[in-house]
Design a protein around this ligand. Structure first.
Ligand code: CP
Length: 319
């Protein structure tokens, strides 16, 4: 089964978007098809206010530019209302349990919740105690909405996932985890290249391998030359994610994996560069690559809007 041959049904079984671990290849295809269609409608200025009158609450326990803007703009374009809730301002930030917060929210007719938090278990608690769809806007373990936007960007570039390879350079943290799952499930080869001791958890590698579509390869290595060879999409992320302490030893281990012009020259001739942003130029990537002809970082950022509109719509509509 290839994405370009898949006939969408307009339905998914999932109620929440906590991790791509819970999503089948078909369900990811449904979301991507919906994102393509919503993007087309947006560009054609066709009406698509399918969530008129609905309210999306957005809880942020960490800073954000792209996630906040794309969810806020996305729900407005779908006809609904965004409610921005910083944990600095609501009682959650002063220790009110998440299970109480969600039950209050549903009493006040909130229709859907997006949360950016630290622990995946907090997200799971939110989903367990409420009856409202919950969307992961990033945890320490996963960033599924970012990866849906990344996959949309890869598809727009190559017209297929089949026979393509994405390489991620960096620590086996939230981005590596979600990229492994997302790429494997759409049938694209994925390599995570991390320094020894900084690789992804084996449980997630095993889950990605078990769910890989059409024999897609999931490789974890610390061999930079093996990793970059044949890569069609080259991806990296900051050395230190939000909430992580700076560590000179970790920085020294990651520096040889910097995506620079020399690294890009070793990838496939048609390779594109992706980054979830924000980036630290001169650390994980050079300014030359960020601004270069192979960079797709801004179409990728835009695709957060279209991918998340698909998520909000498909989870909130009556499946
Ligand atoms: N990529 C991403 O999630 O960006 P923000 O942290 O700005 O939301």
């Amino acid at each position: 089964m290839r994405f370009e041959d898949y006939k969408p049904t307009g339905r998914i079984k999932n109620k929440h978007m906590l991790t791509l671990m819970d999503y089948s290849s078909e369900e990811i295809f449904e979301l991507l098809h919906c994102a393509v269609e919503l993007k087309r409608k947006q560009y054609a200025r066709e009406r698509h206010d399918y969530l008129a009158g609905k309210t999306l609450a957005m809880i942020f326990e960490k800073s954000s530019t792209r996630t906040r803007i794309s969810f806020e703009q996305g729900i407005r374009q779908l006809g609904g209302y965004p409610m921005f809730l910083s944990s600095r301002d609501i009682q959650l930030g002063r220790g009110e349990p998440i299970r109480d917060t969600v039950r209050v929210m549903e009493r006040m007719n909130i229709d859907e919740i997006m949360i950016r938090t630290f622990k995946q278990s907090d997200l799971e608690e939110l989903a367990e105690y409420g009856h409202i769809p919950v969307i992961n806007g990033l945890t320490d373990d996963f960033h599924p909405c970012q990866v849906l936007a990344d996959l949309l960007t890869v598809y727009e570039e190559f017209g297929t996932f089949t026979g393509k390879k994405l390489v991620f350079f960096g620590e086996g943290f939230n981005m590596a985890n979600s990229l492994m799952l997302g790429c494997a499930k759409v049938g694209m080869d994925v390599t995570i290249c991390s320094p020894a001791g900084l690789g992804p958890k084996q449980k997630i590698v095993d889950a990605a391998r078990a769910a890989a579509l059409g024999g897609a390869k999931v490789v974890v290595t610390d061999d930079i030359n093996e990793a970059i060879s044949g890569a069609n999409a080259v991806y990296t992320d900051v050395f230190f994610s939000m909430g992580q302490e700076k560590d000179p030893a970790k920085e020294a281990a990651l520096m040889p994996m910097q995506v620079n012009a020399e690294m890009m020259a070793k990838a496939a001739p048609d390779a594109i560069f992706l980054h979830c942003l924000p980036a630290h130029r001169g650390e994980e990537v050079t300014d030359e690559v960020m601004e270069g002809a192979q960079s797709r970082i801004f179409p990728e950022a835009e695709n957060r809007l279209h991918a998340q509109k698909a998520v909000m719509y498909m989870l909130m509509k009556d499946n």
